[in-house]
Design a protein around this ligand. Structure first.
Ligand code: PRT
Ligand code: ZN
Length: 286
């Protein structure tokens, strides 16, 4: 019988959709219509377990699951023995220390002797140790942001993404102690066959991630401007240039990275590009 790779995914919550979308874009068909705890994929040798995110590192360490999709914050806090293999590009946030907006704490050293509420006592105590600060850590499992207002703590250490929770609770971010996103973690002792399945899954994940970070660009330009335009297009190799029906004009095709996308488009326009079309890429195999 062919071996199967068991993937632990958050059952519901902020990482569920990103995880399922990624599997789908990797061409892996999972139907979780009946809210089951375990589903086998129809067309790829994987089985998905739906779990609470906090349990995933331990299950992967103990080989109840082979790999898992989980936040780096949870992996670091759990301090379990797993390998972090690949960042997955969703669930981005940061673990930060925040203090009352109108208070007098400004820098990390102002935390000396203070009380900090958090759901991340392990990461926080390591951070404080590194900075030689003695503060008391008050562990709470939720609604950390209200702790200063109700007099439970002087500061908090919690996840932030947009910053609106801090804003609403009249807190300000003082120090980022960990940047996080969803990662693929793996058991340290996968069998040779499971490693082969994981490699094949990773190949698909990397192609999906690359495609998400890049756009296909098509544009028209007069031939005498092609040199300038091509110098602005990094692409995978050199751009493709095809003659247009109108003489003296060409169509240029290339790939642009999302990070400097608008910058490049503006420069292309200035350099004489016309009829610029931007097309999403579904998969990018390099
Ligand atoms: O039930 P289960 O235990 O599985 O889920 P959970 O409730 O523990 O976790 P969940 O679904 O809330 O979050 C899962 C993971 O999503 C986290 O471990 C992070 O890796 C990631 N993530 C990304 C976030 C956020 N962004 C985030 N903003 N997790 C929580 N938050 C919370 C934060 O705690 C705070 O309350 O959102 C609030 C702040 O958001 P902003 O936008 O107001 O700054
Ligand atoms: Zn959780």
């Amino acid at each position: 019988m062919q071996e199967i790779l068991r993937i632990a995914v958050q059952k519901s919550g902020r990482l569920y959709e990103g995880s399922m979308k990624l599997l789908k874009e990797c061409g892996i068909e999972i139907s979780n219509g009946n809210n089951q705890l375990r589903v086998t994929a129809a067309n790829f040798p994987v089985e998905v377990f739906f779990l609470r995110d906090d349990d995933i590192p331990e299950y992967v360490q103990d080989a109840v699951a082979d790999i898992g999709f989980v936040g780096e914050n949870v992996v670091t806090e759990s301090n379990k023995q797993t390998d972090s293999i690949e960042k997955l590009g969703f669930g981005k946030c940061r673990l930060s220390i925040a203090v009352p907006k109108n208070g007098n704490m400004r820098t990390v050293s102002d935390l000396e002797g203070k009380k900090i509420a958090t759901s991340y006592p392990f990461i926080l105590s390591n951070f404080l140790k590194e900075r030689n600060i003695t503060a008391s850590i008050h562990e709470i499992s939720g609604s950390v942001e209200i702790a200063p207002k109700i007099g439970l703590a002087d500061a908090i250490c919690d996840l932030v993404s947009s910053g609106s929770t801090l804003f609403t609770n009249e807190l300000k971010e003082m120090e980022v102690i960990l940047s996080s996103e969803a990662v693929l973690i793996s058991n340290k002792e996968l069998s040779a066959n499971k490693k082969i399945i994981l490699e094949s899954l990773l190949f698909r994940i990397r192609s999906v991630k690359k495609a998400r970070n890049n756009k296909y660009v098509l544009l028209n330009a007069p031939n005498y401007k092609l040199d300038t335009i091509c110098s602005l297009l990094p692409g995978m190799k050199s751009p493709t240039i095809l003659p247009l029906a109108e003489s003296g004009w060409s169509s240029v095709h290339s790939v642009i990275n999302e990070s400097d996308f608008w910058n490049v488009i503006e420069k292309l326009k200035v350099a004489g590009a016309q009829g610029i079309l931007i097309i999403p890429i579904e998969k990018m195999i390099v």
